[in-house]
Design a protein around this ligand. Sequence first.
Ligand SMILES: NC(=O)c1ccc[n+]([C@@H]2O[C@H](COP(=O)([O-])OP(=O)(O)OC[C@H]3O[C@@H](n4cnc5c(N)ncnc54)[C@H](O)[C@@H]3O)[C@@H](O)[C@H]2O)c1
Ligand SMILES: O=c1ccn([C@@H]2O[C@H](COP(=O)(O)OP(=O)(O)O[C@H]3O[C@H](CO)[C@@H](O)[C@H](O)[C@H]3O)[C@@H](O)[C@H]2O)c(=O)[nH]1
Length: 460
Amino acid sequence: MAQKICIVGTGYVGLTTGICLAFLGHEVTCVDVDQAKISALHAGDVPIYEPHLRELMALAAENLSFTTSYADGVADADVVFIAVNTPTAADGSPDLRYLRAAAQSIGETLGDRFTVVVNKSTVPIGSGNWVGAIVRDFFEATHPGTPGNFQLASNPEFLREGTAIGDTLYADRVVVGSDDPRALEVLSNVYRPILDQTFTPPAFLPRPENFGVVPLVSTDLASAELIKYAANSFLALKISYINEIAQLAERVGADIAQVALGTGLDTRIGRRFLGAGIGWGGSCFGKDTAALITTAREYKLDMPIVAAARETNQRQRELVVEKLLEELRIIKGCTIGILGLAFKPDTDDLRDAPAIDIAQRLISRGARVRLHDPVAMGRLAREFPELADCLRDEPAEVVTGADAVVLATEWAQYRQLDWKALAPLMRSPILLDGRHTLDRQRLTAAGFRYIAVAAWNPPR
Ligand SMILES: NC(=O)c1ccc[n+]([C@@H]2O[C@H](COP(=O)([O-])OP(=O)(O)OC[C@H]3O[C@@H](n4cnc5c(N)ncnc54)[C@H](O)[C@@H]3O)[C@@H](O)[C@H]2O)c1
Ligand SMILES: O=c1ccn([C@@H]2O[C@H](COP(=O)(O)OP(=O)(O)O[C@H]3O[C@H](CO)[C@@H](O)[C@H](O)[C@H]3O)[C@@H](O)[C@H]2O)c(=O)[nH]1
């Protein structure tokens, strides 16, 4: 049954969720404090780069509205999803100021009907209670003598940027947590079309073959909150694990791709997230592993495995500089090109992007850096103005005259470049593949000295 839904925060998560739920037939109002974003959405523009999101928004248009007014979205909603940003504060804990502001505004604007207020943002364990208390305080302050008719729930989000719609419609699982059975019931109804796969898939994103129903994990608040951190930390440490093994593979002359394949084919381990290279970036793994460690500390627990995964990940970035030093001997004054700036392909998100970190490390050692990305250059110029002069419109401009090129993000278009034509343009044709994405033989035949990060490379 269609429900009235309000989504607070129209970023990567909120916008995708809002559009997908509207596509499934719910009546969705998306609220954001950023007037520019809401104006863009009114004009039919999607302010982030996420494949197919604009097309799905057009399909869902009749069920979808955008506003900066909480009252318009919250007052008669069955469910209010909070999807605001929860970045890392200086001490590693999540900065909850946006969550607090959202909870206050929701408390001030809730109506009389029963509403489930849902933390979809990734929030520390206990945030359900904390948000509930803020909503209640602000509801009571604005509605003296009236008890609030709402319950808190947690519904952690597992979508990946770049595949956000598929991850939502064809999810591995849906997790909902609440200490109130009615709230759990409402949420399972919201997700019913996904759980039972009763919707007609959009033409551009067909249902994967043999895709069955989606499991629902319906649990208590604290468990749902911990599931999110446990899942992200596990994925992060899986990548760091293979990167650690890759270091040994490099020393003993083993092929890390084969090692990952032979290891991952064990169904207990799984092949995914065993891609060695310059390691993970993005808005989630770094932030969520840090948050798990700070939460554990509050309970006098260490998380040595998670902490080690973070250290290994940092080391992968420095490895790029070390490899370049090995090849070039002197980096000062050299021109280094970096292809791919977003933290992964098919997104424009630059949060904790390894490419930016590597560029900054190289600049601090006196290198000149040139940068290219198929979609993230506009965002880079806005968010990192100090690097704007390094941007080049075409990969060929990055390569021409360079002493080495680093492939930092495995955009499909880089695989398709005419590498044979590019090699002669370089001062020295050294290609450092940070994602093990190009074919060594092909690149060598094209005239490159091909080196993969976190892999054994034949000597010169
Ligand atoms: N990005 C991902 O892939 C992903 C996946 C799963 C979970 N998460 C979690 O989801 C949450 C949101 O992440 P995101 O990447 O979508 O963030 P984002 O920065 O892209 O979007 C957050 C949005 O919230 C808005 N906002 C901030 N304060 C507000 C307020 N008081 N009222 C209304 N709107 C407000 C901002 O203007 C922004 O548009 C975070 O907790 C994140 O950890 C993110
Ligand atoms: O084998 C791999 C897989 C990924 N990565 C890197 O890991 C980072 C994260 O990739 P991915 O997980 O695909 O993207 P995110 O959008 O950050 O998604 C993660 O973080 C989200 C936010 O919490 C969760 O919702 C998702 O489930 C979780 O996968 C990227 O830099 C990738 O290049 C590797 O280095 N090797």
